[in-house]
Design a protein around this ligand. Structure first.
Ligand SMILES: NC(=O)c1ccc[n+]([C@@H]2O[C@H](COP(=O)([O-])OP(=O)(O)OC[C@H]3O[C@@H](n4cnc5c(N)ncnc54)[C@H](O)[C@@H]3O)[C@@H](O)[C@H]2O)c1
Ligand SMILES: O=C(O)C(=O)C[C@@H](O)[C@H](O)[C@H](O)COP(=O)(O)O
Ligand SMILES: [Zn+2]
Length: 368
């Protein structure tokens, strides 16, 4: 399989490469050496990924002349916390690491968001690289520089923008990814396709079965398409201040509320986002005239990707309250990313009464 190289060009930050290909962890050190001259690389990973890929990552870093250190955090959403970030800051200080250390995030989106946040804040900022090992982190979280941790009150409530110096996505690592995590990654690919274009959407609809059985060529193309889409959005609006990057939040207003209400880790991010996409489509149909065939086409796509409507329930009032923590809220009012059509989205302010009415209707639709 050829190695794809996609450049993320951001006006106010250094541009960087996203490499996508097989067995790239074995070449990691050399790739990072091209853009970084640190003596020490600190690999942050989790307890599932470490036993699988830390050895190869460190060997490659050492071969490229780095002193390679590592810290392992617990696996799962719970590690994306101030407490774990604080433990890493303290460990880095104990190791007397200076501003010239390179932090390498080896893992899924949890490790990437956490390690990126630590790198952004330790000594006011040190370099970091992303080595994503889940489908979700390859198609979405490793690109674009959103880093952070959760609070009990909600997702990603503390964090900052910190672009990596490079993203190295080794598709060989996907061989060990559990099925549930695979479908989570498919949710963010579907999100990108709905927001991007008919072309991406219909390609994905036609490729859903091959993607679900992890066909190598289709997987590589799905990752590349998603990264190109995200890189273009981020290049236009790095800090989500121009009204463009908000599109990447499609499905996340309800999705993040579900994750927080159920308790972090109960539902995965991808499962919750897929549910949020189903709800947003229905809001779209009611509020901006999204055609029924588009609503149903998204339902079918998510079904075929192994993401059926989620089995969860909560009082609409508590869901509304959780959604009020969303970063798109302005003046206390909820704003949703709604697709009018595939590839044509807008951010729409919706009053609480309407949201409550639709939350109730969505819950009732699942009772039958
Ligand atoms: N920064 C962003 O732009 C952005 C975008 C999307 C999602 N996110 C965040 O990403 C997180 C979700 O990321 P995720 O879905 O990768 O979850 P994750 O990092 O928790 O990984 C999922 C599970 O898979 C395991 N794992 C990882 N790679 C593996 C491999 N190759 N083989 C076997 N097991 C492996 C992990 O240990 C974990 O148990 C959420 O916190 C979400 O908010 C951030
Ligand atoms: O990169 C972005 O921008 C996104 O919104 C991508 C999302 O998939 C991701 O889940 C992100 O972490 C959400 O961020 P938040 O700003 O809603 O906390
Ligand atoms: Zn997401």
């Amino acid at each position: 399989m050829a190695i794809a190289r996609i450049v993320v060009n951001i006006a106010d930050a250094a541009s960087y490469d996203v490499r996508i290909g097989a067995e790239l962890i074995e070449k990691l050190g050399g790739y990072l050496r091209d853009v970084n001259q640190s003596d020490t690389a600190l690999v942050i990973t989790d307890e599932n990924v470490g036993p699988l890929y830390l050895g190869a990552a460190k060997a490659s870093l050492v071969e490229a002349g780095y002193r390679a250190l590592d810290i392992t955090v617990p696996a799962g959403e719970g590690a994306k916390s101030v407490a774990v970030a604080s433990e890493i800051w303290a460990a880095m200080a104990d190791l007397k690491l200076g501003r010239d250390v390179l932090v390498v995030a080896l893992g899924g989106g949890v490790v990437g968001d956490l390690a990126g946040f630590v790198a952004a804040t330790y000594m006011r900022g040190v370099a970091f690289a992303q080595v994503p090992t889940t489908l979700l982190s390859m198609v979405d979280s490793s690109v674009g520089g959103k880093t952070g941790v959760n609070l009990d009150q909600g997702k990603n409530l503390v964090g900052c923008f910190k672009q990596p110096i490079q993203v190295c996505a080794s598709t060989s690592a996907l061989a060990t990814l559990p099925e549930r995590e695979w479908t989570c990654g498919c949710a963010e690919i579907a999100k990108s396709a709905v927001i991007d274009s008919d072309e991406f959407f219909f390609w994905l609809a036609d490729s859903a079965e091959a993607l679900a059985r992890r066909d190598e060529g289709v997987v590589a193309e799905a990752i590349a398409r998603s990264v190109v889409f995200k890189a273009n959005v981020v290049a236009e609006d790095e800090t989500e201040s121009k009204g463009v990057r908000e599109c990447l939040n499609y499905g996340h207003t309800l999705g993040h509320a579900i994750e927080a209400l159920a308790g972090f880790g109960t539902f995965s991010h991808g499962e919750a986002v897929a549910e949020g996409m189903r709800f947003a489509m229905r809001l779209g149909a009611a509020c901006v005239g999204t055609p029924t065939d588009v609503v149903l086409a998204q339902d079918e796509l998510l079904d075929n990707l192994g993401l059926p409507a989620l089995s969860w329930s909560a009082e609409p009032e508590s869901v509304l309250d959780a959604m009020k923590g969303d970063k798109k809220v302005r003046g206390g009012r909820l704003r949703f990313v709604l697709p009018r059509e595939v590839g044509l989205w807008e951010v729409v302010e919706i009053d609480d009464e309407t949201v409550l009415e639709h939350l109730g209707a969505w819950a009732r639709s699942k009772e039958v």
